[in-house]
Design a protein around this ligand. Structure first.
Ligand code: AMP
Length: 281
């Protein structure tokens, strides 16, 4: 992989990189399309990164569909697929970690201890191997994207971090490899995340600026779904990820909800432009 990347750079080409854990869906493929639009060659990776899973999480049973994924990537026009073995990324004796302090401990980091340390470590390693001009991430994982941007800034990485919109199912559920675990009843219940965020979007369009009222309304909507168990519903500043009391600048409404045994996340991006607030699902 390093050789291919070096060769592309020597030829003056600017590589685009899409890191994934596989079990690919239209969300992943939208990142591929964004990469193809501005980069050549486009490199995708599939690596189910063990260090970002907690001991009681789904690392062992995380869906692995490399054959089908490889076909999807090829059909989409990806030039290279990098699918390393765990032992190549973490050889015996591995002992170096990268951690973005503060941002990694809140929200997802509180529920999933050490998760972001695993994410930033593997993303830094992948960026070092591929050395892309641009790397593409989804806003579906908004906190992750924010943390990776911070890492890129703090460590003077050469790669530009590009964050792409959330791709949703027709009923609004954000696409995720973990949706495949939901049984039909849970799958129907899972739209409650979208409905809660959409309620916030409508309130904002009608002039609501009070973050406490917005989060209270989201929690209220989530309570109407018996299968949904709230982990957090927060309205935060998009830069600091700290809670706000009133909308200002760029904010995120972030949800983590358990539907049965499956933990789902979703978010709403809220941007102030010309004195008005625009919310994007
Ligand atoms: P994963 O394979 O879940 O690690 O995701 C790989 C990349 O795809 C990450 O940057 C995710 O944020 C992004 N991604 C996952 N689901 C979606 C989605 N529904 N829409 C847009 N991007 C997504």
């Amino acid at each position: 992989m390093k050789q291919v990347a070096r060769q592309a750079r020597a030829e003056g080409r600017s590589a685009g990189f899409v890191p994934t854990m596989g079990a690919l869906h239209a969300g992943h493929l939208s990142l591929v399309r964004a990469a193809l639009a501005e980069s050549q060659p486009v490199i995708a990776s599939i690596f189910v990164n063990p260090t970002q899973f907690g001991p009681s999480e789904d690392f062992q049973k995380y869906p692995r569909t490399v054959e089908a994924d490889s076909k999807k990537l090829e059909d989409a026009g990806v030039d290279y697929l990098f699918a390393p073995e765990s032992s190549e990324i973490y050889p015996p004796g591995f002992r170096t970690w990268v951690n973005v302090e503060g941002l990694s401990e809140r929200l997802e980091g509180r529920a999933r201890h050490g998760h972001f340390r695993g994410v930033t470590t593997v993303v830094l390693k992948l960026l070092e191997i591929v050395q892309p001009q641009r790397a593409f991430f989804g806003r579906k994982d908004a906190q992750q994207a924010r943390i990776i941007r911070q890492m890129a800034r703090d460590l003077h990485l050469d790669s530009e971090i590009v964050v792409c919109p959330i791709v949703r199912e027709p009923d609004g559920l954000a696409m995720s490899s973990r949706n495949a675990y939901l049984n039909p009843k849970e799958r129907r219940a899972a739209t409650i995340l979208f409905r809660a965020l959409d309620g916030a979007r409508v309130s904002i369009s009608r002039g609501e600026r009070d973050a406490l009222r917005l989060t209270a309304a989201m929690r209220e909507t989530l309570r109407t779904e018996p299968l949904a168990e709230l982990d957090y519903a927060e309205l935060v500043d998009a830069e600091t990820l700290e809670p706000v009391t009133r909308l200002r600048g760029v904010c995120l409404a972030l949800l983590a909800v358990r539907i049965g045994a499956i933990r789902l996340i979703d978010n709403l991006l809220i941007e102030e432009r010309d004195g008005a607030f625009h919310a994007t699902l």
